[in-house]
Design a protein. Structure first.
Length: 314
């Protein structure tokens, strides 16, 4: 049953980039409404179990802050999708696993193993190849810019994951932290609106039908199912399950938008997905050691985030 819930959740989020592209609105407009339409549903889910929400005020503020970061991530990611397509936009943004590992090194002194460093280099090579390297057959209106924005989105998403995890140390019901984070995303989108020349408050049809579906299918159903199921699965199964998302995003992109990647872009996608799978399933870092040579307890942020869902579930 847990595997089925995880699969449904991952399949739900695999439509995220597709629905964003179908909506064909500005990046910040998509961010605002995908979050705003999700808030009432999440509020209702939270109200049912609010008595079990024992989070501190600090955790609630952290959840809101994570939403501000997520708004920035989504704004950049949506623009990346417009430039390089739904398939590659989803694949490239999954490089956040690399940045989570780097954050563990910077924040907690967990130096990457030589194997991890080699895999990260392969992933970055894959990202370079997904840009098409200025070849005439590369897919996308601006493949290089789209790939670059995808990497930026990966950095922002890694920051979101770390802050969102810190906001739920008490392991409250998922709907509570997710509701606060989504409210933060609405606020973040409103703050970014003046910088988006195509931003529009006025709902249009059928764009907002796709945004409602995006909010309900990805922002609510996908997130809740993934957050419920993946922590209960072994890390290796989690990493494999999460790779279903970008793989299916590639399939949907080909079927719905006729996105035809070049040979270089296919190779780059394979390197990125293979590297992300290896990083998610493996051990990112060596233990931090004290000056006396005694081993300090490892802070397993990368592994825990892999179990909670490091794939792009936006």
């Amino acid at each position: 049953m847990i595997h089925l819930l995880a699969l449904i959740g991952v399949l739900s989020i695999s439509f995220s980039a597709i629905l964003v592209r179908l909506a064909s609105v500005s990046p910040v407009t998509a961010t605002l409404y995908r979050a705003a339409y999700a808030v009432p549903v999440l509020a209702a889910a939270w109200a049912i179990r609010h008595a079990h929400d024992k989070r501190s005020r600090a955790e609630r503020w952290l959840a809101l802050a994570s939403g501000l970061i997520l708004a920035l991530d989504l704004n950049v990611w949506h623009e990346s999708i417009a430039l390089i397509g739904a398939a590659l936009g989803t694949v490239i943004a999954n490089v956040q696993v690399v940045f989570v590992a780097l954050a563990a090194w910077i924040l907690y002194g967990e130096r990457p193993t030589s194997r991890t460093s080699a895999i990260m280099a392969v992933v970055l090579l894959g990202v370079a190849l997904t840009s098409g390297l200025a070849q005439h057959d590369a897919y996308g209106s601006s493949p290089a810019a789209g790939a670059g924005l995808g990497v930026v989105a990966g950095v922002c998403y890694a920051a979101f994951l770390l802050v969102f995890r810190a906001a739920n140390q008490s392991l409250a019901p998922t709907s509570g932290p997710l509701l606060d984070s989504t409210i933060g995303t609405v606020a973040g989108a409103l703050l970014c609106a003046p910088f988006d020349p195509r931003f529009a408050f006025t709902p249009t049809w059928p764009a907002h039908l796709w945004l409602v579906l995006l909010a309900l299918v990805s922002q609510v159903v996908g997130w809740l199912l993934i957050a419920t199921a993946l922590p209960r699965l072994p890390a290796v199964e989690t990493s494999i399950m999460l790779l279903v998302q970008p793989v299916f995003s590639i399939i949907w992109g080909m079927l719905i938008f006729a996105e035809r990647l070049s040979a270089l872009q296919w190779t780059g996608s394979a390197l990125v997905l293979g590297g992300v799978a290896a990083l998610s399933a493996g051990r990112f870092t060596t233990a931090k050691t004290s000056t006396s040579g005694d081993t300090i307890a490892r802070r397993p942020i990368p592994r825990q985030n892999a179990r909670r869902g490091t794939s792009r579930s936006s």
